[in-house]
Design a protein around this ligand. Structure first.
Ligand code: SAM
Length: 285
């Protein structure tokens, strides 16, 4: 099988199948030969793992995952890619590509059916238009996944991995940090893709907490508070929350005192532990 990072080969196969890239589906395929092996190795593609991939393109990352993991199951939305994948993945008998929308597909069912007895990791070069919602879906559904290793746009990587309590953090960084430990693995220049996007990318990894390091008494309240707080991140949090959660201001002062947090603080200055303390105090109102 010819290298899927050989631009000439990929171009010829795409041409033969009359394939044109869809911008709407975030189709920027990896052509830098060093990137996919690195994602596969750092992303837990190994004998004891089943790997879920979102979006195959022509199968460049899929093939690297299949070389290392017991089994790879990929969900791909664009049916025009399937005849191409039949050729490019012909050498691998441990790969299954499912036609579907990763935002809607029953991933819990897929994992239970396909990966019984295996540890589970997610590896993908994500279509940029579903980066945050898809990551949130993987986390919120509490799927039995150990790591999520994904290529995302550089700005999204900075947001997702921002330390909680820093100016760069936001509702999505808090949400991701709630479920796991994030880190940026490496940067990828725009020239590593065909066609080249307008921005650089980065590969990030979320290692899901086996046991969460904090106890939130009411998850719904925690996320309502985070959403309301970051909607006006530069304002005093007590005022923002009084309005956003419809709690009288005087009562809100008591909540902040109970959580031992200054009432004039902005949400972006709070650490995860402080956010949890505040949400737990709010849950008692
Ligand atoms: N993994 C390939 C690579 O690295 O070369 C392709 C990555 S490309 C950035 C994103 C892929 O996701 C495309 O193949 C695209 O068709 C697919 N895709 C887009 N939206 C999707 C969705 N909602 N569900 C599943 N796949 C999707």
């Amino acid at each position: 099988m010819q290298q899927l990072t050989d631009i000439g080969y990929v171009k010829s196969i795409l041409e033969r199948h009359g394939f044109h890239f869809s911008k709407a589906l975030g189709q920027n395929f990896l052509i830098n030969p060093t990137v996919c092996p690195k994602i596969a190795e750092m992303g837990n593609a190994a004998e004891e793992f089943g790997v879920l991939e979102i979006g195959t393109g022509v199968g460049t990352l899929t093939a690297e995952l299949a070389k290392r993991a017991s089994k790879v199951v990929a969900v791909e939305l664009d049916d025009r890619l399937f005849p191409i994948l039949e050729e490019t993945l012909a050498d691998y008998n441990n790969v299954k590509v499912i036609h579907g929308d990763a935002m809607k597909y029953d991933l819990a069912g897929l994992i239970a059916e396909e990966f019984a007895g295996l540890r589970v990791a997610v590896c993908a070069n994500l279509p940029y238009y579903i980066t945050s919602p898809l990551i949130m879906r993987l986390l919120e559904e509490k799927l039995p996944i150990e790591t999520i290793t994904v290529m995302v746009q550089k700005e999204a990587a900075q947001r997702l991995c921002a330390p909680i309590g820093s100016r760069e953090s936001g509702a999505v960084s808090v949400a991701v940090a709630y479920y796991g430990q994030t880190k940026t693995l490496f940067q990828v220049a725009r020239g590593s893709f065909m066609p080249a996007p307008n921005v650089d990318s980065a590969v990030i990894q979320i290692t899901l907490h086996k046991k969460k390091p904090w106890e939130v008494t009411d998850e719904k309240m925690f996320f309502r508070m985070v959403k309301a707080g970051f909607s006006q991140r530069r304002k005093q949090l007590s005022g923002v929350l009084a309005g956003g959660l419809s709690i009288p201001k005087a009562r809100m002062q008591d909540v902040f005192a109970q959580a031992e947090i200054p009432a004039n603080v902005r949400i972006e200055a709070l650490t995860m532990e402080e956010l949890v303390r505040l949400a737990n105090a709010l849950a008692c109102v």
